[in-house]
Design a protein around this ligand. Structure first.
Ligand code: UT7
Length: 319
């Protein structure tokens, strides 16, 4: 994982967006987040996390067959950040793919990688989730419900073909586009002529918008549902789970998921330190869970995500 060095506390945001440290802690569990400074894009954060993943796997970028990059905050509208990361890693020629599934992007990316490996097409795939949210937030009172949530960061894994009963057991992907506008960034987009206008900037349509309560309500249903779906597909129950690593959206959502599945302290959380890093939150949490010794060989680990789209997903892993 990698997060930029600059820490922004809730107190730092108080004078900007008209919030309070108490409100943010109570409503979300967030205490601070990391934000980039200067011109830093998602591919820059991804590069650091990818190098760390390669180092920890004892591999070099030349060993990779494919790069899958989950982000809702690509460096540029095009080309994808996967291409930029590939150039930074110095491995021209191997394919790259950007996945645009927001908070569920990393689990979607993992599912794609898993299928390519199962099919025998590729042996080693870098899957990275990286976001720079801070440069796209409305840092005025108008944007406070969103600005306090998001953080910047990246996490990466290297997947490798393996024999035996460990690894990714199954992945489960869902979406419901009827709710696309409950959490979205409207402008600039291809429907508009021109794509970017002064009016868009003035009206704030260039900033993400969320119907927080509606998203929250669906999250409370979809997280437990997609975790159960993954467990049932493998003949498992919540009792078999060593750790659930959910997308870090809100501590209240994480607590409710733990409660509804009877998992208690077996749901990982680090939202207090990083806020919601969207596509990066699961690989960052996975890294910290491993570092903290929360995952042991043979453990059943479930990754689960819900977010914009709406899109939601889970992955069941035997470590
Ligand atoms: O990662 C993708 C998935 N995202 C999620 O799952 C997020 C799901 N939603 C949430 O986490 C919560 O809905 C939020 C944290 C975004 C908001 O919490 P909430 O308890 O649903 O608050 P609310 O939007 O219903 O607003 C309650 C009050 C409002 O004031 P009034 O109308 O009651 O006077 C808001 O204006 O809190 C106010 N408020 C704030 N006050 C201080 C909203 N944002 C802030 C803020 N600071 N930052």
């Amino acid at each position: 994982m990698y997060v930029p060095p600059k820490i922004v506390t809730n107190k730092d945001l108080e004078p900007l967006v008209g919030t309070t440290d108490e409100w943010v802690r109570e409503r979300t569990g967030i205490e601070q987040r990391h934000w980039v400074e200067g011109e830093v894009g998602a591919s820059d954060l991804a590069y650091e996390a990818s190098q760390a993943a390669l180092d920890s796997a004892g591999l070099k970028a030349e060993d990779l067959d494919f790069i899958i990059f989950a982000t809702l905050s690509p460096d540029y509208p095009f080309p994808g950040s996967g291409c930029l990361l590939q150039a930074k890693l110095g491995v021209p020629g191997i394919p790259t793919l950007d996945v645009r599934n927001q908070c569920s992007g990393f689990v979607y990316a993992l599912a794609i990688a898993d299928q390519f490996i199962r099919a025998g097409t590729y042996d080693r795939i870098l899957v990275v989730g990286a976001e720079v949210q801070s440069t796209g937030l409305d840092l005025s009172p108008r944007g406070r419900n969103i600005a306090v949530l998001f953080g910047d960061g990246a996490g990466a894994v290297v997947l490798q073909a393996t024999e035996g009963d460990h690894g990714i057991l199954s992945t489960h992907l869902h979406a419901d586009g009827r709710y696309a506008k409950e959490l979205w960034l409207e402008d600039p987009g291809s429907r508009k002529r021109p794509r970017l206008t002064h009016e868009m900037i003035d009206s704030g349509s260039i900033y993400p918008k969320m119907n927080g309560r509606e998203v929250f309500r669906h999250a409370l249903i979809r997280f437990p549902e997609v975790i159960r779906e993954g467990l049932e597909a493998n003949g498992l129950t919540p009792d078999d789970v060593a750790l659930v690593i959910p997308h870090q959206a809100n501590q209240r959502i994480t607590d409710a998921v733990a409660e509804r599945l009877g998992l208690h302290d077996r749901v990982f959380s680090n939202i207090a330190k990083y806020g919601n890093t969207t596509g990066a939150s699961i690989p960052i949490a996975l890294h910290e869970a491993v570092q903290q010794g929360r995952i042991r060989e043979g453990d059943i680990v479930v990754l689960a995500a819900f977010g914009a789209g709406f899109a939601w997903a889970s992955a069941v892993i035997r470590w």
